[in-house]
Design a protein around this ligand. Structure first.
Ligand SMILES: [Zn+2]
Length: 283
């Protein structure tokens, strides 16, 4: 967030203190609500709206190593076709001028920044990982980056957002519906059944297709109607360093033993695939 922010469209941020939810106004180096709750803007420009009840017991969000691994992969073009597909869909949507666009699980910020290059938006990236949010705010200071738990209550005003993005992250469908303006959209990407199937075969000894679509559709059915569904897939011949980054960037737990199996490899052809779902809130 830079000083020119004041000239930009108003951000629909809401106070995250429990039972408050009043609009947050930008002051010099803080954001505050009219009840006197105040949040410092970090030196690198992001805003931490995580409340004690929303923290996890362990280090909240992705470890720095996972964030950096994903950034290296994207920099090398690995997974780029999938991010491009998300950006393409978002940029083509019929939205109000300067729409508030919120990316849940915004990571290092590449997708939101790419959309902002395609059309003027009031972009807000939300991630539980302070490391990710700090990384994004240093790279893309013209957008707004917030540490918050997207699984819980979103720090956003009711019916204020034109587009909510969720790229391989977690989301609360009722909260997504609450913050979306009439005519807005929720765009969700989840790993397709064959995403990283070769890598999973190596790590787990068997590569089972993981079906996520039916559960996703069921979870959103009471708040949303499905507008469009599609899949983007890329296949890459990857060297050991990239395979290890895929492990660091995607799998949780068992990483040490997984890494040992991958370290024994030289190169493997890997499928990266995502299913996209465009939802509209039910009236
Ligand atoms: Zn407040």
């Amino acid at each position: 967030m830079n000083p020119s922010q004041s000239a930009k469209p108003r951000l629909p941020l809401a106070c995250s203190v429990r039972d408050c939810g009043l609009p947050l106004e930008r002051r010099e180096r803080t954001f505050g609500c009219s009840h006197g709750h105040s949040y410092d803007v970090a030196r690198s420009g992001y805003l931490n709206l995580l409340q004690p009840q929303d923290r996890r017991t362990r280090a909240a969000g992705d470890a720095k190593a996972a964030v950096e691994a994903r950034a290296r992969l994207l920099h090398a073009g690995i997974g780029r076709a999938i991010v491009d597909a998300l950006v393409e869909r978002a940029a083509a949507l019929d939205l109000q001028p300067d729409p508030p666009v919120v990316d849940l699980g915004s990571g290092a910020g590449d997708a939101l920044a790419a959309i902002a290059r395609r059309r003027p938006i009031a972009g807000i990236g939300i991630d539980l990982s302070t490391a990710a949010v700090e990384h994004a705010s240093r790279r893309f200071p013209d957008l707004t980056w917030v540490v918050a738990n997207a699984d819980r209550r979103l720090p956003l005003m009711d019916r204020s957002v034109e587009l909510v993005l969720s790229f391989h992250g977690r989301r609360n469908p009722a909260e997504c519906a609450r913050v979306l303006a009439p005519g807005g959209f929720l765009l969700v990407a989840v790993p397709a059944p064959d995403d990283l199937i070769e890598l999973r075969a190596i790590v787990q000894g068997h590569g089972i297709e993981r079906e996520r679509a039916n559960r996703l559709l069921a979870e959103h059915a009471s708040h949303f109607t499905l507008v469009e569904r599609s899949t983007t897939r890329e296949r890459r011949l990857l060297e050991r360093a990239a395979l290890l980054d895929l492990l660091r960037g995607t799998y949780r737990g068992e990483r040490a033993s997984s890494a040992a199996r991958v370290t024994a490899l030289t190169r493997v052809e890997v499928t990266l695939a995502s299913d996209f779902f465009l939802f509209a809130p039910r009236g």
